[in-house]
Design a protein around this ligand. Structure first.
Ligand code: ADP
Ligand code: MG
Length: 341
């Protein structure tokens, strides 16, 4: 079964010369029980995509299905309250005048509400806070309550829009992992929006990368990270170096010895290298230009003979001197990625 399906969905805002195409021919699917991380820079259309699913924004073209129900075909929209989706936003909009229990029970429209609220608070580890009010909770606690409230009506799909953006780094990773564990334990499929590639890599069964209203790649985290379809995805998902190369055939032969790469005359191709893909060895052909301490590792910037700079991570117990000559190699087994420049 498919939990969610977008077929050629387009959503525009504004009119005529001031029109913004917030979703541009988007087609994606979400399997049952799948957590899809949706990433992309600010303004690329992530929130619009979630709001289209929730029924807050009607779409202009295409079809959105939830399970086997068509909820929007560009003409007829199923009302939001009938869609059985749960929403958690960054600005955890709890009702300030309702207690934690009443907030969670709010969306359950029958007499199971009190029991259900108690169960959900237990699930998110907030039972002890049942009688408190939102202003008596920390940011992380409020997000747990918001999650409990969204889960209480037993939605078919959860939509989370940068739910942890307001939390500080340490707390955020913990709450994030807790929330994903809860989604998995209740087998609730989810679309998890973030502009943070670490969050996306950590939580997504698959990752959808968006740019300017389009979905440019949907794949498992390791595929998006190690085999990006283009340079935009490569740089958005993490640190990388780009070395111009003359042609793909060059790379296959030479990639494991980067120092031997010659300067291409004119090229529209680049070799993408993650800093952990490059190892430095005794030898010549490259010069260590800069060293940056990152705690567990050092990150070295190395200038290759062909003029390109690459970064290489190395354990803090094996430092290399700035200014020394080295040989730079691709880590054995690493697959070289060639992108259009
Ligand atoms: P993201 O969540 O990825 O940051 P959004 O989905 O909020 O991006 O916005 C996508 C684009 O649509 C942006 O250019 C934004 O300015 C525009 N947009 C979003 N909502 C509206 C709206 N209600 N009216 C007009 N333009 C909007
Ligand atoms: Mg947004």
């Amino acid at each position: 079964m498919t939990a969610l399906q977008f077929d050629h969905v387009t959503k525009r805002f504004g009119r005529f010369d001031r029109q913004v195409v917030a979703l541009d021919d988007v087609s994606i699917q979400l399997a049952d029980h799948e957590v899809l991380a949706l990433v992309g820079p600010s303004g690329c259309g992530k929130s619009t995509l979630l709001r289209a699913i929730a029924g807050i924004h009607p779409i202009d073209e295409g079809t959105i299905r939830l399970g086997d129900r068509v909820v929007d075909d560009g003409r007829v929209q199923m009302p939001p309250e009938k869609r059985r989706v749960g929403l958690v936003f960054q600005e955890h909009a709890l009702f300030p005048h309702l207690s934690v229990t009443d907030n969670v029970a709010f969306g359950v429209r029958d007499d199971t509400a009190p029991t259900r609220a108690a169960e959900m608070l237990d699930l998110v580890g907030m039972s002890e806070y049942a009688d408190r009010y939102p202003h008596e909770l920390s940011g992380g606690e409020r997000q747990r309550v918001a999650l409990a409230r969204a889960l209480a009506p037993n939605p078919d799909l959860m939509l989370l829009d940068e739910p942890f953006a307001s939390l500080d780094t340490n707390l955020r990773a913990r709450v994030r992992d807790d929330v994903v564990a809860i989604l998995r334990s209740t087998r609730t499929p989810a679309v998890f929006v973030t502009h943070d590639q670490h969050d996306a890599l950590a939580v997504g069964d698959r990752i959808a990368v968006m740019r300017a209203g389009r979905v440019v790649q949907v794949a498992a985290p390791d595929v998006v990270f190690h085999r990006p379809v283009d340079r935009f995805v490569a740089s958005f998902m993490g640190e990388a170096s780009y070395v111009p190369v003359a042609a793909a055939s060059d790379v296959v032969g030479l990639a494991d010895e980067l120092t031997a790469l010659t300067e291409p005359e004119a090229t529209d191709r680049t070799l993408m290298l993650r800093p952990d893909d490059i190892v430095l060895e005794h030898g010549d052909g490259a010069v260590v230009e800069h060293a940056e301490f990152r705690g567990t590792v050092w990150c070295y910037t190395v200038r290759l003979a062909n003029g390109a700079a690459v970064k290489s991570l190395r354990n803090h117990l094996e430092p290399v001197q700035v200014g020394s000559s080295v040989q730079a190699r691709l880590r054995p087994g690493h697959h070289p990625v060639v992108l259009d420049a």
